[in-house]
Design a protein around this ligand. Structure first.
Ligand SMILES: Cc1cc2nc3c(=O)[nH]c(=O)nc-3n(C[C@H](O)[C@H](O)[C@H](O)COP(=O)(O)O)c2cc1C
Length: 430
């Protein structure tokens, strides 16, 4: 029976030192041109010392014109290889792995970056007017984007990252291809599941080709989008089987999109097919665990599950029962960067719970406000709190457990607009 501190050998032959994966968290710490900085080194050195066998970077962008957020690291003819090397060295300081998450935001690209993002089809994300109407990608552009993913993977390998993860979850470009809601194409990239999954499988094949057979290639996939008519659990099961055949080393399961924030265990009032549940299910720990069995039965590759794991007991139990191979953790590592080492040693029973208390207020100002923009602001305040802890660690300052939601939101917007404006200025010059 596997234990939390046991090593795991991946299909590519590489061994990871224990069963914890620090899931990807966008840092927003890059220069306006998208180069890594010393702050990345500080942050990832701290996390490396914190004990997780694998650290995932935040999503690294494949195209400087389309970002998940200003301050993303970009690999697109913008130099910065030495900075990547320094980051990789610091992030593997404890003999752990550091894998680069590779992504393209598609339509989930804020207006501060562009008014016209790209997507499989022109289905706009309507969230407080923050996202422009996307332009459908032409058939000629799609193979070029696949090459971009492969290029970033080869740069990751060359600069010392020890693996890569293709981000196919959370409503970003690959996830947009997978969903029948956002992919309404009638060519070979849309329609049947086989066609909608073609982009993901082509990206994985190109990435594998770029890094060779002995380098870890992982994929983060939604167990479901939790949207009626969206990418479903049954579809996820089939895609997992295809990824297994494609030689993926680790499948990380998550769920949801910007519209259905299931990844954070929120709005869990639908089942995996998007059907409304009569009563909102009680908030569970490890929200996607109940869907893992179905996906696991369809494939042999190791599986990680991320989202809500907090108690050592549940982590130990699911691992021992063979339900998962690796435990993914994200938010707890923002305020407790060393929590993994303590969980492995048995010095703590739980990872941080603070995320459940983050809100701008109660009643109409609370996270269940009937006013959509208040709901949206609450969601942003929740995430902003974690962004601010990341900045604190990166600047080698103490974490700020008492930071209020309003303060976090203010500081986040202030920095985001500052770097966003510098990014736009640079874009005009490029
Ligand atoms: C501040 C922050 C940034 C995130 N950025 C990313 C990202 O870049 N890529 C990604 O796949 N998921 C991202 N996520 C989602 C996490 O990887 C994870 O799936 C989610 O937080 C649920 O896990 P948890 O309950 O352990 O926090 C982010 C989450 C947070 C809180």
């Amino acid at each position: 029976m596997p234990q939390l501190g046991d090593s795991l050998t991946l299909p590519c032959g590489v061994t990871i030192p224990n069963r914890f994966l620090k899931s990807a968290m966008t840092e927003g710490l890059a220069t306006p041109a998208g180069n890594a900085t010393e702050r990345h080194q500080n942050l990832y050195r701290t996390w490396a010392e914190g004990g997780a066998g694998i650290l995932l970077t935040g999503n690294v962008m494949v195209d400087h014109r389309y970002l998940e957020r200003p301050g993303n690291v970009i690999i697109d003819d913008n130099g910065g290889e030495d900075a990547l090397r320094a980051w990789a060295k610091a992030g593997t300081a404890a003999g752990n792995h550091l894998w680069m998450q590779i992504s393209h935001p598609g339509r989930q690209c804020a207006r501060i970056v562009t008014n016209q993002p790209v997507s499989p089809s022109d289905v706009q994300l309507s969230l407080m007017g923050n996202f422009g109407k996307p332009r459908p990608l032409t058939a000629g552009e799609i193979p070029r984007i696949i090459e971009r993913y492969a290029h970033v993977a080869s740069v990751a390998k060359e600069t010392g990252f020890t693996g890569v993860q293709v981000h196919a979850a959370h409503g970003y470009l690959i996830s947009q291809f997978l969903s029948p809601i956002t992919n309404q194409r009638t060519d070979k990239w849309g329609g049947s599941l086989e066609n909608r999954a073609r982009f993901l499988l082509a990206v994985v094949a190109a990435v594998r080709e770029a890094v060779g057979p002995k380098f870890p290639v992982a994929v983060k996939l939604n167990s479901s989008d939790f949207q009626k008519g969206g990418f479903s659990l049954e579809e996820s099961q089939q895609v997992a089987a295809w990824l297994d055949e494609a030689g993926v080393d680790l499948l990380e399961l998550s769920g949801g999109t910007y519209e259905r924030r299931a990844l954070f265990g929120e709005e869990n009032d639908t089942d995996a097919s998007g059907e409304q549940l009569r009563e909102s299910t009680a908030k569970r720990e490890a929200f996607f665990l109940e869907y893992t069995g179905a996906i696991r039965s369809a494939c042999k590759m190791p599986i990680a599950v991320t989202g809500g794991f907090r108690s050592r007991e549940l982590m130990k139990k699911t691992l021992a029962a063979g339900e998962v191979d690796v435990i993914g953790l994200a938010r707890p590592l923002c305020s407790q960067p060393d929590v993994v080492a303590r969980l492995i040693e048995g010095n703590t029973d739980r990872a941080s719970e603070v995320e459940h208390e983050l809100r701008l207020g109660n009643g109409w100002l609370g996270p269940n406000s009937r006013i959509d923009s208040i709901k949206g602001l609450n969601a942003q305040a929740g995430v902003a709190w974690f962004y601010r802890q990341i900045v604190a660690i990166a600047e080698q300052k103490p974490v700020r457990p008492n930071l209020g939601a309003w303060r976090a939101l203010f500081e986040h917007f202030r920095d985001e607009y500052r770097i966003g404006l510098r990014y736009r200025k640079l874009r005009k010059q490029r």
